[in-house]
Design a protein around this ligand. Structure first.
Ligand code: JEB
Length: 242
């Protein structure tokens, strides 16, 4: 079944990036269709029904504090229009659960994904609560432990990670299995011609033709790299944190 991805954002032009790169291929192959919606189109009227010439999407936070919060009534109109009964609502948020390869794999099986891209201090918390209460799967997910200005960059990264897992998307299923994080270790280093470049030689073992020894060497490289760069991924006996 073809996946449908909807994005709701105040920066629809930002998603021109979906037309290029890997996702462009997924769309050409008709495995994915994407639809980008301008949140301000749902802000033409105020709550009292009068026209809002400014198409306001934000307001001051209850309880005080810095910045502005995105209005739940505007988001409600947009999501009521876009979200289908089998859709999953994905809300990029610095306060979300980690966006992992496992979560990407789960989401790659959804018939529809709706990305709600916030700005300012984020979206009124009742929006996630409301759609969860209505029976939708709602996933508030964070790309990582650093601060972005809004959900758009995170949504693009999540969309790329998800769509490349759709069955039939990549030519070679093995290349997904062999990738970083599929076995919980970092990837081994890769090399191509020339065998010597600026005084740096490709490790001899890779030129040897001994496939079993090459596989062993690569696994050892994976462990060494993971211990050095991501010890949190290893059990304590291997020098990790668990
Ligand atoms: C996602 C967002 C903002 C506090 C600080 C900044 C909507 N890994 C991530 N970092 N930041 C975000 C993210 C993800 N996913 C992120 C959505 C929004 C940041 N902001 C700005 C809000 N609160 C607004």
């Amino acid at each position: 079944m073809r996946m449908r991805i909807d994005v709701v954002t105040i920066f629809p032009e930002f998603f021109g990036v979906l037309d290029v790169s890997l996702l462009g291929k997924a769309r050409q192959s008709e495995l994915v269709e994407t639809h980008v919606h301008d949140l301000r189109d749902y802000a033409a009227f105020k709550a009292d029904g009068s026209p809002d010439v400014h198409r306001t999407v934000d307001d001051a936070p209850f309880g005080g504090g810095a910045g502005m919060v995105m209005k739940p009534d505007v988001w409600g109109k947009a999501l009521d229009d876009v979200l289908k009964p089998t859709g999953v609502l994905v809300i990029p948020s610095p306060a979300g659960v980690p966006f992992t390869q496992a979560l990407a794999a789960e989401l790659s099986e959804a018939p529809q994904l709706v990305f709600a891209c916030g700005r300012y201090e984020g979206i009124d918390a009742r929006v996630a609560e409301h759609y969860a209460q209505d029976g939708y799967r709602v996933v508030e997910a964070s790309l990582g432990d650093y601060v972005l200005n809004g959900g758009e960059v995170a949504a693009v990264a999540m969309i790329e990670a998800i769509t490349r897992l759709i069955p039939g998307f990549m030519g070679n299923a093995q290349s997904i299995v062999e990738e970083s994080h599929a076995d919980g270790l970092l990837e081994y280093p890769s090399y191509t011609r020339p065998a010597s470049w600026r005084g740096l030689d490709v490790p001899d073992i890779l030129l040897s033709g001994h496939h079993a020894r090459i596989a062993e060497w690569r696994h050892a490289q994976q462990l060494e790299r993971t211990r050095e760069r991501r010890p949190d991924l290893l059990p304590p006996a291997e020098g990790g944190a668990w």
